[in-house]
Design a protein around this ligand. Sequence first.
Ligand code: SF4
Length: 400
Amino acid sequence: MTSGEVSEQSERLLKQLSESGQRLIGYFYPHIPLELLMAHDFMPVLVWADSTVSGAYEGSLQTFACSFARNIFSQRVRDQLSVLSGFIFPGNTCDSLQNVGDIWRVRFPNDIFFRLTYPAGGAGRAAVKFLAEELRILSKGIELKLGTGFSREELRRSADFVGRFRWAVQFIYAARLINPDVVSYSELAKAVRGFLSVPSLDSLATAEALLSKVQKDMDAQGHTDSVEKLSASLLERKIETPITPEETDSPRIVVLGGMVEPTDIAQLMESTPGGSDSAIVFDMLSFGFKTVFTDPLSLDGDPFEEMARATLKAHLEPTQEGLQKRLDFLKGMLSNLSIDGVIVCEQSFCDPDQFEAPSLENSVTDSGIPALRLPMDPEMSDKSRLSLRVQSFLETLASG
Ligand code: SF4
């Protein structure tokens, strides 16, 4: 199934849910506490770039707008997002999302609009306090503009629901590092995308069914303990112990980057001559690892502070401080996880990606591992060229 087909399927599901009375709220930036939106009885819907929509030209946007921002704005212009009751834009992340949010407000004044501003710093006390206040303001705004208050009981339920999803896919991510053939990267990426697009009981069941299969296979291969330990280390972002992966025919490739679509990467790898999506043993993408490996929400303290703490403890984006920490984690991965090659993806015209990509590439090549920089857009408009570059990268890896 292509990412365009996944989008169509999600759109159909969202329409059905909306017709059945479920209220839906859209967000664009991956790091948002889903539990908060669910505690207001909303289903949080991640607005993905839609590969069937051309975002190439949109006169209202500034020239610096990235291809992702253009794509989501084009979806709104084409009236594709009408099932959503409101939109949450991030603040202090990148100029593109700031700009598209500002223009959106002017072009579509009747849309219910929220802005959640993120601190630039990591998970220090001041940053947690700042984000907790922002989340409180967002919560009050939802109550005021959309009429549903924050419920602690719903928060408890959603913490369990989202926690189950994250635990399942974290285990699968770790299992694939030990044996990537246990389930394809494409299946994993689709399960993550399915849940983030429509976090329903069905999408949780899909992720948990995949988990059961993986758990059974890992158990049969005697890997359960190693997978659990690796999953915990990934959550802490401290990979200090080497693993012994199962032998496979494909090279072991990690994909780095920001808001590029994991299902598109899987598809690109599958459609490249000589490629197989088992070759992708791990991603460090915004809509993959960086979102999935978020701590479970603690219900002990102030809920807004706990949500802020969990959000900021995740692997942060290039839009936030902490480049050295991210590079240290990458180094640990490269030294301990038997990685043969790294693909550094960059969303076209994404300043944060372009700022961080050279440091990532240098860190990879300093470790003696080949790296490929791959600029792309959500429409995969130059797919043949991308495929050619991946093919020649695979040939380089094969030739040792
Ligand atoms: S792709 Fe880059 S520039 Fe575009 S919205 Fe995401 S972080 Fe911002």
